[in-house]
Design a binder for this molecule. Structure first.
Ligand code: CTP
Length: 401
C-alpha cells in the first residue's frame, strides 16, 4: 500500500469507531490517508482522533466558518486513488444512489475520478429492506464496489446481517484492489462473446426440454475476461447466476434460436468467442400455444434439430477472430473433440468428461483439457470453476500472442 492515497469517507453509524483501527492499518502499510466526515459522524468518532492518526486535517464542512477556508471536494476527488466510504449508513447510501450533494462527502463522491468502495453498516431490517437493496443495486450499476455487511451482533442488540465488515477485511479488499490495478489488462480494448447455461425448448406454454447446466462455467469465464479489461457480451440461457459490470452486456435468452439471434448480431464485432452453453440439440417441432392435456396413454413428441450456434460462428469466422468451443464427451474424448474442432472451424476446444470426478455441469469444480488447431494438447488438474476459467482465458490469450 506504499504511497497509495486513500480517502476515507465516514458516515454517522456506530461502526465509525472502528475506522480508527483501519486508519492505523493503512498508515502502517505506508498509505497516505485523508478523512472526510459527514456532520453526523463526528458524534460517533472524534475528528481529532482521525486527524491525529491520519496525520492530515479532517474535512467535514464545505468551508471553515472561522477562517472562511473552502474545502475543495474536487481536489479531494483528484487526490485520491480510492474513495472508501465506511461505515456507509442507509441515509448516505440513499443519497449516493440518487446523486444528492448536500454535504462535503457527497460532493466528493460525485467529483471522484477513481474507484469508490463502500462498506454498508446498519440494522438488519434496514439492510434487508427492498429500498436498501435497490440503492445498493444502483451503486453496483454506477461501478461502486460494495463490501457486503457481515452477520453478527448489532448495536441494537439484535443478531443478523448488517454489521460493517471488520477493518481487517476492508484492508484486505483494498490490498486486492491495488494488486488487481497493477496487473496488466491483457484484454483491454477486446470484445469477448460468451454463451452460457442451458437452453429451454418449449413443449407448450408451461413445459420445456432442458438440461442441468448451471451456467457457472460461462459466468466464471465472463468474470475472468472482465477482470482482464475486456468488454463482454454474455448470452445466457435460464440460470440462477447473476453478474453486473459496467463492461458487461448481459443478454438472457430461453431457446437455442433466441441464443443464435444474439450471437448473429454480435459475433462480427467480437475478437473472441467462448461458447460454453449447453444448447439443446433438438426442440419440439410443433409450437403448441395451449397446455397439452393428458388424454391418450402415449404421447409422441416430434423433435427437430436446433441450429448449431457454434458452427454458425465457425462458418462466419474472420481470420482475426478466435473461437473456442466445449466438448462434453463420455467416450473417445480426444477423437470426438478433434472431430468437433475441425467440423466447427474452431481454434480451441475445451474438453471435459462426466467420468472425471468433480467435473461437469452443476458443481463448483471442473477438470478440463484443451486441444488447439495446431494439435497441441494440454491437460489440467481438477480445479475450481473460477481457476478453470482463468486457465481457458490464459490459454486463449497466449494462443493469440
Ligand atoms: N453448441 C452450439 N449450438 C448447438 C450445440 C452445441 O453452440 N446447437 C456448442 C456448445 O456450446 C459447445 C459445442 O457446441 O461449445 C459442443 O457441443 P456438443 O453438444 O458437445 O457437440 P455436438 O456438435 O452437438 O455433438 P454431439 O452432441 O453429437 O456430441
Amino acid at each position: 500500500m506504499q504511497g497509495k492515497r486513500i480517502l476515507l469517507g465516514i458516515t454517522g453509524g456506530i461502526a465509525a469507531y472502528k475506522i480508527a483501527f483501519l486508519v492505523r492499518l493503512l498508515k502502517k502499510s505506508g498509505a497516505e490517508v485523508k478523512c472526510i466526515l459527514t456532520p453526523a459522524s463526528s458524534d460517533f468518532i472524534s475528528p481529532l482522533v482521525l486527524a491525529t492518526l491520519s496525520e492530515n486535517p479532517v474535512g467535514i464542512e464545505f468551508w471553515d466558518k472561522k477562517t472562511g477556508v473552502w474545502s475543495n471536494h474536487v481536489e479531494y476527488g483528484l487526490w485520491a486513488d480510492v474513495f472508501l466510504i465506511a461505515p456507509l449508513t442507509a441515509n448516505t447510501l440513499a443519497k449516493l444512489a440518487h446523486g444528492s450533494c448536500d454535504n462535503l462527502l457527497l460532493a466528493t463522491y460525485l467529483s471522484m475520478k477513481g474507484q469508490t468502495i463502500v462498506a454498508p453498516a446498519m440494522d438488519l431490517d434496514m439492510y434487508a429492506h427492498p429500498a436498501t437493496k435497490r440503492n445498493l443495486e444502483q451503486l453496483y450499476k454506477d461501478n461502486v464496489r460494495v463490501i457486503p455487511a457481515e452477520s453478527g451482533q448489532l448495536a441494537s442488540g439484535l443478531e443478523g446481517e448488517g454489521r460493517m465488515a471488520e477493518p481487517e477485511t476492508i484492508f484486505a479488499v483494498l490490498q486486492e484492489f491495488f494488486s488487481t490495478l497493477s496487473q496488466t489488462f491483457e484484454l483491454k480494448g477486446k470484445k469477448v462473446l460468451v454463451t452460457a447455461g442451458p437452453t429451454y425448448e418449449a413443449i407448450d406454454p408451461v413445459r420445456f426440454i432442458g438440461n442441468h447446466s448451471s451456467g457457472k462455467m460461462g459466468f466464471e469465464i465472463a468474470k475472468d475476461c472482465l477482470r482482464r479489461g475486456a468488454n463482454v457480451v454474455l448470452v445466457c440461457g435460464p440460470t440462477k447466476e447473476k453478474l453486473t459490470h459496467p463492461n458487461l452486456t448481459f443478454s438472457p435468452v430461453n431457446s437455442a434460436n433466441e441464443m443464435l439471434e444474439i450471437v448473429q448480431s454480435e459475433w462480427n464485432n467480437c475478437d473472441y468467442g467462448i461458447f460454453s452453453a449447453a444448447v439443446a440439440d433438438y426442440r419440439p417441432k410443433n409450437k403448441v400455444d395451449q397446455k397439452i392435456k393428458k388424454t391418450e396413454e402415449f404421447l409422441t413428441l416430434e423433435l427437430i434439430k436446433n441450429p448449431d450456434i457454434l458452427s454458425w460462428a465457425g462458418e462466419n469466422k474472420q481470420e482475426s477472430q478466435t473461437l473456442i468451443g466445449f466438448a462434453l464427451e463420455t467416450n473417445n474424448l480426444l477423437e470426438n473433440a478433434k472431430g468437433k474442432l475441425e467440423r466447427k472451424n474452431l481454434n480451441l476446444i475445451v474438453m471435459n468428461t462426466l467420468e472425471d470426478k468433480g467435473a461437469g455441469f452443476a458443481g463448483d469444480t471442473n477438470k478440463i483439457s484443451i486441444l488447439d488447431n495446431h494439435n497441441n494438447f494440454t491437460s489440467f488438474e481438477l480445479k475450481s470453476k473460477s481457476e478453470v476459467a482463468a486457465d481457458i482465458v490464459e490459454y486463449m490469450i497466449n494462443y493469440n500472442s
